[in-house]
Design a protein around this ligand. Structure first.
Ligand code: GDP
Ligand code: MG
Length: 369
């Protein structure tokens, strides 16, 4: 499992990589400068050059505290994290817009959601965090990486259009992830709106309304005319209550990347959804292949924060590179540890890529024969 790159081994012994490779060939090992050899081979080679190789195991697990499970008494209620899904043009952006009482739709090029943001909303009944996904890619990408960030899905279905391809897709994604759905039947202000038809179509897909003996919550809304919005939010909070969402705010912060980008002035920045613990300005962290130290925390209003706790979506500055959506964000003891973990991950990644390349070359070689 332990391996060392030939270039690194040669450098550590102060010899030319070519000489090392020559010795390897003598042992019947064919390798190039960027490839890795296992620790045992490295030890034999090093002995040839008069060196002893000391194996120092590195397991990032021991650094990724806390390793313990949270105690029940440390858990506190946290707001639900909600993703709005549905067919294109059924009103996802409009609904989010009216919920935030801002104007996302008008600022979008062509009216299509440009990227994922995450927003924190306070209602008289409680707080809700919304993720604004472009289509369903973000949701799928995160699930593919094992990141479960959404507690609830609001499925938007236009009352004049009914169940469409992306409606079915959204249902399948939510079911596969085990995330409950609240249905928002939108555009009920429109002529030709038929909310009952939407109910019948969704019932056929297993989303049976409560009044028909099922357990799916439906809300009739109009994002345009601002009808039924408060009721929808109340129903979302009601559904969330059943889930008894809790987190321990008093531990090192962990979360997932919702979106990330390279900012001209501020370098790599990312929206992190904190899922447990609290992050603080100055904390060292690892995130996917990257590491860093939190230079600034901003909330969805652009306000600078000193810290952020569970279910809060915040923009974090201080990454040494742009992470991927779905990457896990973990606060660690200090920058040295953060660097160590990211170096170890980068090394493993490089090995994987080289293994792929080698296999590819070998495949070509075999195919040519
Ligand atoms: P998205 O693709 O799901 O994000 O849909 P949008 O929010 O961009 O809405 C698509 C179109 O439907 C826009 O022209 C909206 O103005 C319109 N729309 C959204 N909600 C409603 C509604 O409740 N009633 C009516 N009449 N039109 C709506
Ligand atoms: Mg949209």
């Amino acid at each position: 499992d332990e391996a060392i790159r030939i270039a690194d081994l040669a450098q550590q012994m102060g010899i030319k990589a070519q000489d090392l490779i020559k010795n390897l060939i003598g042992m019947g090992v064919m390798a190039t400068i960027n490839q890795s050899i296992d620790a045992d081979t490295a030890a034999i080679i090093a002995a040839d050059f008069g060196y002893d190789v000391e194996k120092i195991g590195f397991s990032e697990k021991e650094f990724l505290a806390p390793v313990h499970e949270d105690k029940e008494e440390d858990l506190r209620p946290r707001p639900p994290v909600v993703t709005i899904m549905g067919h294109v043009d059924h009103g996802k952006t409009s609904l989010l817009d009216v919920i935030r009482k801002s104007h996302i739709t008008s600022g979008e090029a062509g009216g299509i959601t440009q990227h994922i943001g995450a927003y924190h909303v306070t209602t008289p009944r409680g707080e809700i965090v919304f993720l604004d996904t472009p289509g369903h890619e973000a949701f799928t990408a995160m699930r593919a990486r094992g990141a479960q960030v959404t507690d609830l899905v609001i499925l938007v279905v236009a009352a004049d259009d009914g169940v469409m391809d992306q409606t079915r897709e959204a249902i399948n994604h939510s079911k596969a992830a085990g995330v409950p759905i609240v249905v928002a039947v939108n555009k009920i202000d429109k002529e030709g709106a038929d909310p009952d038809r939407v109910k019948r179509e969704l019932a056929e897909h297993g989303l049976v309304p409560e009044e028909w003996g099922g357990d799916t919550i439906f809300a009739n809304v109009s994002a345009k005319k601002k009808i039924g919005i408060d009721e929808l939010l109340e129903l979302v909070l009601l559904q969330a209550e059943v889930l008894e969402l809790k987190a321990n705010p008093n531990r090192r912060g962990v979360g997932h990347i919702v979106e990330a980008r390279l900012d001209k002035g501020r370098g790599a920045v990312a929206t992190v959804l904190i899922q447990a613990g609290t992050i603080h300005k100055g904390d060292a962290f690892t995130c996917g292949l990257h590491a860093g130290k939190i230079r600034a925390i901003l909330n969805d209003q652009g306000k600078m924060l000193k810290e952020a706790g569970p279910a809060m979506p915040v923009e974090v500055q201080g990454f040494d590179g742009v992470p991927d959506a779905g990457d896990e964000f973990v606060v660690v003891a200090d920058e040295k540890v953060a660097r160590k973990i990211s170096d170890s991950r980068k090394g493993k990644q490089r090995e994987k890529e080289l293994a792929k390349e080698t296999k590819f070359t070998l495949d070509k070689f075999l195919a040519a024969k």
